[in-house]
Every structure is written in structure tokens, then in C-alpha cells.
Design a protein. Structure first.
Length: 184
């Protein structure tokens, strides 16, 4: 397999192999495409009460399998990556780009296990994925949606340069729609 490695800014690299899989590397993380072998690790985020507090609660086993299977058969405009700590290969979380509910833009989403919170891993990873979306996928805009009650997530999105576009009620809670554009 031939690998092309390109410096991607923000202390990160992107590796592209001939099959089209994208592998991102940051100072502390490896970000790899989601695969079936990642099921057990990714399942941890779907059954963790802290992770799922603002995401509708933990999921049932059948629902988790359905979600994970769906991620494997993703659409052309959907991307799912597993985040691992570079030194230990420990599972940190999941990050994705896929169509937002309103259907106009791709949404960046992320779920990290609590023991990785507060150490800058999410900021590091989200910056790289936004950079990829705007500069490699040539998107003009990326959005993110989070409950306004999830103040940590709101602060993270602001830290990576996203701004609140609007506040809506969805899923029975107040949601903030954040965005960043190529020309921000």
C-alpha cells in the first residue's frame, strides 16, 4: 500500500492511502476510520451515562448495534473516525462529519470518554477535523449542535473558532447551532 503523508498544520499530519482511507495524526492522537474491530471500544461511549447525558441517554444493545452497523455502511458524505491516544493506543472517543439535521451542511460531532475530558484532546482533534473539512473537502461551512446546558461542549466549540449561529429547541431541549466557515 502506498501512503501519502502531508503536513496539515496545527501540529498534525494527514495520511491518505490509495484506498481513500484518511488517517490523521496530531501531537497526541491517532484518528483512524471507524471499522468493525472498533465496535467494543465505541460501544463504551454509548453506554456511558456521563457521555450520553446531553445525547438522549444511554442506548440499548440493539440500538447500539444498529448505529454502529450504520456507521460502517456510511453514505458518501459521512465520515466516522475513532480517536486513540498515540503512545498507548488507548481508545479516547469518536468524531464524525455527517449531514446536519437541517440537511444543508456537514456537522462535526464528537463523543469522548470522561477520563480524557479536560486535557485538550478534544480541542486537538476537533481542530484537525474542521481543518480537513474546510480545506480538503472544500466545504464552505461546518456546523455543530449541542445543548446549551452542555457548557463544556459550548466552550470547546468556541475555543476551536466556532460561533453561535442560532438557538433552537430540538429533542425537547435548547440547542445551540455553532458554525465556522472557510473565511472565518
Amino acid at each position: 500500500m502506498i501512503i501519502l503523508e502531508v503536513f496539515f498544520g496545527i501540529n498534525s499530519f494527514i495520511n491518505i492511502n490509495l484506498r481513500g482511507d484518511y488517517l490523521f495524526e496530531t501531537k497526541r492522537c491517532i484518528i483512524k476510520p471507524f471499522k468493525k474491530t472498533d465496535y467494543a471500544d465505541v460501544k463504551k461511549i454509548y453506554i456511558n451515562h456521563k457521555v450520553r447525558k446531553y445525547l438522549g441517554g444511554i442506548r440499548e444493545e440493539d440500538s447500539i448495534k444498529e448505529v454502529l452497523d450504520g456507521m460502517l455502511t456510511m453514505r458518501q458524505d459521512s465520515y466516522y473516525w475513532v480517536v486513540r491516544e498515540k503512545q498507548s493506543d488507548s481508545f479516547i472517543g469518536l468524531v464524525s462529519l455527517d449531514p446536519h439535521h437541517e440537511g444543508l451542511n456537514l456537522e462535526i460531532s464528537y463523543q469522548f470518554l470522561p477520563n480524557w475530558w479536560g486535557s485538550g484532546y478534544a480541542t486537538e482533534v476537533i481542530r484537525v477535523i474542521i481543518n480537513y473539512a474546510l480545506n480538503e473537502l472544500n466545504l464552505s461551512k461546518v456546523v455543530a449542535e449541542t445543548q446549551t446546558a452542555n457548557t463544556s461542549s459550548c466552550r470547546l466549540l468556541e475555543r476551536v473558532g466556532m460561533e453561535i449561529e442560532k438557538i433552537i429547541i430540538r429533542f425537547g431541549a435548547e440547542q445551540a447551532i455553532f458554525s465556522i466557515s472557510k473565511w472565518s
